[in-house]
Design a binder for this molecule. Structure first.
Ligand SMILES: Cc1cc2nc3c(=O)[nH]c(=O)nc-3n(C[C@H](O)[C@H](O)[C@H](O)COP(=O)(O)O)c2cc1C
Length: 307
């Protein structure tokens, strides 16, 4: 039995629901020999900012039980080089490209988007990383405030007809309120979650293991947090939710789909195996075959009542 794995989000049809997460797969051009990227539903690129950024000082990544902590600080080549060097390479990709945008003011995000829109490259849509300190809003992150999320989403919606995804942070009082603001602002989908605040300390040097002190925790350690966030959001909004956090297998992805996700992103698992996304997809197909499910989209929100 062939399983139909295609899904549609914001009017864009994806060959399957397994994407690779921003910051964990570079610009998508670094690993062509290690993985058949055309089997991925989409590549979400590293966050792109208006100006190039070197990011935070090292050490900025450290392993922790069942996950990793990072504080990369949005290191990237900037939108102009992204347009001149990366967009032409994407012309030959069958996999869809979702460009992730970051910024420190509303006009930062808007300027990056306007440049990308003008460049008219093969971009299927945008994912907006709102976990950045808003320098105009007193360094409070866009992600923690429904009003700021609404304003940003509206401004970006005015500038593109392409698929617009707002990527939510779990480091907030109520992620559902932020998801609703993104929906009200005109987002086609939300993705959840970004990394969770975390810290680890080297007891011999008595210093934090990463230079910035606190970092972002990712990997299997955060999977239950991600699934709970997706479930709560999917129960409260009418737009699709893309599940992210600790996915390493088909079964992990199925958990997210049953809890309400329409698609998933694989992040930290790519550092161990760049083909992790393909493994996740194959595992989902095996699951569907085993349970007689003909279309992977039927999994979305199919969770049965609590035991
Ligand atoms: C090293 C590293 C860099 C990341 N960089 C970004 C980024 O630039 N933009 C972004 O939106 N998310 C970034 N993320 C967050 C991931 O896209 C993802 O939301 C998070 O890691 C949870 O998924 P995972 O547990 O599968 O890794 C980064 C994560 C890691 C581990």
């Amino acid at each position: 039995m062939a399983v139909n794995v295609s899904i549609t989000i914001g009017g864009v049809e994806f060959s399957n629901p397994v994407f690779v997460a921003s910051g964990t797969f570079g610009y998508g051009v670094e690993t062509p020999d290690l993985v058949d990227i055309n089997r991925l539903g989409a590549i979400v690129t590293k966050s792109i900012t208006l100006q190039p950024r070197e990011g935070n000082p090292p050490p900025r990544v450290v392993e922790t039980p069942s996950g990793m902590l990072n504080s990369i600080g949005l290191a990237n080549i900037g939108v102009d080089r992204y347009i001149s060097e990366m967009l032409p390479l994407y012309e030959s990709f069958e996999t869809k490209i979702i460009t992730n945008i970051a910024g420190f003011t509303v006009s930062d995000y808007a300027n990056v988007m306007e440049k990308l829109e003008k460049a008219d490259g093969p971009i299927a849509g945008y994912e907006i990383n709102i976990s950045c300190p808003n320098v105009e809003g007193g360094k409070m992150e866009f992600a923690v405030d429904p009003e700021m999320t609404l304003t940003l989403t509206k401004e970006l919606r005015l500038r593109t007809q392409k698929m617009l995804i707002i990527k939510l942070s779990p480091n907030v009082t109520d992620i559902v309120e932020i998801a609703k603001a993104a929906e009200e602002g005109g987002a086609d989908a939300v993705s959840a979650i970004n990394t969770v605040f975390g810290m680890s300390v080297d007891t011999s040097s008595q210093q934090s293991n990463i230079a910035t002190g606190i970092g972002g925790l990712s990997g299997p350690a955060i999977r239950p947090i991600g699934i709970a966030c997706v479930h709560r959001i999917a129960s409260a909004v009418d737009i699709p939710v893309i599940g992210i956090g600790g996915i390493t297998s088909g079964s992990d992805a199925v958990e997210y789909m049953l809890a309400g996700a329409s698609a998933v992103q694989v992040g930290t698992a790519n550092f161990r195996d760049p083909a992790a996304g393909v493994t996740v997809l194959d595992g989902m197909i095996d699951y569907c075959e085993e349970y007689g499910i003909t279309a992977v989209s039927q999994l979305t929100g199919a969770l049965k009542d609590e035991p």
